[in-house]
Design a protein around this ligand. Structure first.
Ligand code: SAM
Ligand code: SF4
Length: 335
């Protein structure tokens, strides 16, 4: 049993225990809310953190009390030898939980490996249960493979969460059928407000389908919907339907209602540290790792950034040099 490390507390009294690591910016889908259809410039391979660099960074973060890692991207299963990397992460003292977010296209053949690794949960992105709408949203015809991954994950007993971005004029008809998946399986279906991280800027002047409207839609279809308790650091507000095996989460990702308990940091595919999703990179971890500096220097720099986090996503956004820079793609931030 490894010794529990005391987490670092940020300048607003929030413990930092969770890192989201984008292992690639490449993707085999083109979800319109995340990436443009064409013309996206992938990072040259040399600009991605190597597995060795990621491992060293995670060792340092674990020494500072980070105990939960989410592997994301781009599509993490596009990165070669991902399972090998996960084995290295699992062996880092202090890392207690590994989670993965995936689009499910390439995931199914690796599920046995994920079980062996003791992966804590898989978040599967699935915005619709309709093949044609899936194609319209992701611009790729891969619905069947994603559904195969979904059923294989349920069979594997790995806890599954579905991430569904709610998009005006796109998948509103899917809200009820997706929520109904919680009837027979212990799955958590989470509806996420769409954020302006599609590489092109905001789609709508106003976000009509905000968390309140999503909850109303659910309450209309399921009048017995009731609130269940949330983990302290959860970004989702959870609900359930009597007699159903799973639960439903609503994530106010655009309205930013959860910043007060935010315990997470992000490392982008190019090795930038973000202490808020809505903020700029606050530290170039890759340059530090490649400059030959000691871990002690890296720790000093990390602590400096942890001690100057924005209070919330609005403050972080306002601190960006230009609001235009929010027009980045979620594929390099990792969600
Ligand atoms: N490719 C993987 C996937 O789709 O699951 C992992 C990376 S993806 C960027 C991580 C999560 O971010 C996905 O669940 C996706 O739905 C979500 N996401 C991407 N762009 C978003 C946006 N503009 N607003 C809200 N969520 C978004
Ligand atoms: Fe790819 Fe995930 Fe972005 Fe969709 S949300 S384009 S699957 S990185």
């Amino acid at each position: 049993m490894t010794k529990q490390r005391t987490p670092i507390i940020d300048n607003h009294g929030r413990p930092l225990t969770y890192v989201r690591l984008a292992v690639t910016d490449r993707c085999n889908l083109r979800c319109f809310y995340c990436m443009p259809a064409e013309g996206i410039d992938y990072l040259p391979k040399k600009q991605l953190l190597t597995y060795e660099e990621m491992e060293r960074m995670l060792q340092v973060l674990a020494s500072l009390g980070i105990s939960k890692v989410r592997i994301t991207g781009g599509e993490p299963f596009l990165r070669k030898d991902l399972i090998y990397f996960l084995q290295q992460v699992k062996a880092i003292p202090g890392i207690e939980e590994i989670h993965i977010t995936t689009n499910g296209v390439l995931t199914e053949p690796y599920i046995e490996d994920l079980v062996k690794l003791g992966i804590k949960s898989v978040n599967l992105s699935l915005d619709t249960l309709d093949r044609e709408r899936f194609f319209k949203i992701t611009r790729r015809d891969e619905f069947e493979k994603v559904m195969q991954t979904y059923y294989a994950l349920l069979d594997s007993q790995i806890p599954v969460k579905i991430n569904a971005v709610v998009m005006e004029n796109q998948n509103i008809a899917d809200i009820v059928p997706l929520a109904a998946l919680t009837k027979d399986y212990p799955v958590s279906v989470r509806f996420i407000e769409e954020m302006p991280f599609n590489g092109e800027g905001q789609h709508y002047p106003v976000l009509t389908w905000n968390y309140r409207k999503i909850i109303q839609e659910l309450q209309t279809a399921f009048p017995d919907l009731y609130k269940v308790s949330d983990d302290l650091h959860s970004t989702a507000n959870h609900y359930a339907i009597p007699g159903y095996k799973g639960n439903i989460g609503v994530i106010a990702a655009f309205s930013r209602t959860f910043c007060g308990t935010c315990n997470r940091i992000r490392v982008t595919a190019q090795g930038g540290l973000k202490t808020c999703l809505y903020g700029n990179d606050v530290l170039n971890v890759k340059d530090i790792l490649r400059s030959g500096t000691s871990n002690a220097t890296l720790i000093e720099e990390l602590l400096r950034t942890f001690n100057s986090r924005a209070k919330n996503g609005y403050e972080a956004e306002a601190q960006r040099p230009s609001l235009l820079s929010i027009f980045e793609s979620m594929s390099s931030i990792g969600g």
